[in-house]
Design a protein around this ligand. Structure first.
Ligand SMILES: Cc1cc2nc3c(=O)[nH]c(=O)nc-3n(C[C@H](O)[C@H](O)[C@H](O)COP(=O)(O)OP(=O)(O)OC[C@H]3O[C@@H](n4cnc5c(N)ncnc54)[C@H](O)[C@@H]3O)c2cc1C
Length: 313
């Protein structure tokens, strides 16, 4: 084995694919299958929300945008190009990273939901995470990779198992590294039957920890959500789900009485800056690749490429 990757969320799988497709022999050890990770709860639209540092984020984001846009043109990846709006009842400034989007424009008044006064409209890759994670897993295995469900008790204990270990443990890095700079930002979402909504919508107005958004995925729609810092609880709360559905239905009345199909909770691995660097581990190297906050799906390909360049040359 050339490389041992810890974790099978979007970041671990993507890193493992990138290394395996560069010709290395890669094994993933993960505490949970991809379908039980934070990654499966994501919306998931390309963007750079709650992630840093800005200079590196722009590079990682550019790569993510390119790769995900290409995947959107391939059948079976779970990724498509989607158009949507980000709206507010107050003046709204685009984020710095929206400079990477080619069609971002201010909304006409007629394009805003009732009561909203500002917003912008853009097209970006949108992933249906259960499908996308399965695609990533299959692609990793096609490249010769092996995935083992086996929790790692200590990183130091992995010395000697492989010349390179890559730590993609998400929020669990808080205890595993340990790294107190990693804070979980709990996000709860509701999966409902889609009453015919085609565009995504994000409202920036609610007071934290609330946020209101809807991401259509064919017959279903993902409704959110929360940004609850420091909360490690992964059980969905019915009262939160109720408030999420009510918040979305207040903006798009087609969601009133929508059939609820499921609930998901994820812990965004927030850190002031993504930790993407290496340190010695026995005679080998330990790479860290965690702390992608609210943007791990979007940053994963850029971060993976950086590690692959360093490891495989
Ligand atoms: C509600 C919500 C909406 C989001 N929306 C978006 C979005 O629209 N766009 C976007 O880009 N991002 C979004 N995100 C953020 C994104 O989901 C995360 O940044 C991303 O999932 C982090 O991926 P990860 O692989 O680092 O972590 P995880 O998905 O948490 O994976 C960590 C992996 O490490 C494994 N692991 C942990 N500890 C150990 C151990 N001791 N031994 C072995 N394995 C271990 C776990 O089992 C898991 O497989 C959203 C997140 C949430 C919660």
């Amino acid at each position: 084995m050339d490389v041992l990757v810890i974790g099978a969320g979007a970041v671990g799988l993507t890193t493992a694919i990138s290394l395996a497709e560069a010709g290395l022999s890669v094994t993933i050890m993960t505490a949970a299958l991809p379908s039980q990770t934070t990654s499966v709860a994501a919306g998931a639209v390309w963007g750079a929300v709650k992630v840093g540092p800005p200079d590196r984020v722009l590079g990682w984001g550019r790569t993510g945008l390119e790769v995900l846009s290409k995947l959107a043109a391939e059948p079976g990846t779970g990724v498509r190009m989607a158009t949507g709006r980000e709206v507010s009842r107050a003046p709204l400034e685009p984020y710095y990273w929206t400079s990477l989007l080619t069609d971002l424009r201010v909304c006409e008044e007629s394009e805003l939901p009732d009561g909203f006064t500002d917003g912008w409209r853009y097209t970006a890759p949108l992933a249906t995470m259960p499908v996308y994670l399965e695609y990533l897993r299959a692609r990793f295995e096609r490249a010769g990779g092996v995935l083992e469900v086996a929790p790692v008790a200590s990183l130091a204990g992995l010395a000697g198992l492989a010349p390179v270990v890559v730590n993609c443990s998400g929020a669990a890095a808080h205890d595993l590294v340990p790294d107190p700079a990693v804070v979980p930002v709990r996000g709860q979402v509701v999966i409902a039957a889609n009453p015919g909504i085609e565009e995504f919508l994000i409202s920036r107005d609610p007071e934290p920890p609330w946020i209101v958004y809807m991401f259509p995925h064919g017959d279903t729609i993902l409704l959110g959500g929360t940004n609850d810092e420091g909360n490690w609880d992964t059980d969905p709360k019915p009262e939160i789900a109720e408030r999420i559905v009510a918040g979305c239905a207040a903006i798009d009345p087609r969601l009133r009485g929508a059939e609820i199909l499921g609930h998901r909770v994820g812990l965004r691995p927030w850190r002031p800056e993504v930790r993407l660097e290496s340190e010695p581990l026995g005679d080998g190297l330990l790479w860290h690749n965690y702390g992608h906050g609210g943007a791990g799906i979007s940053m994963a390909w850029g971060c993976a490429a950086e590690i692959t360049r360093a490891v495989a040359g």
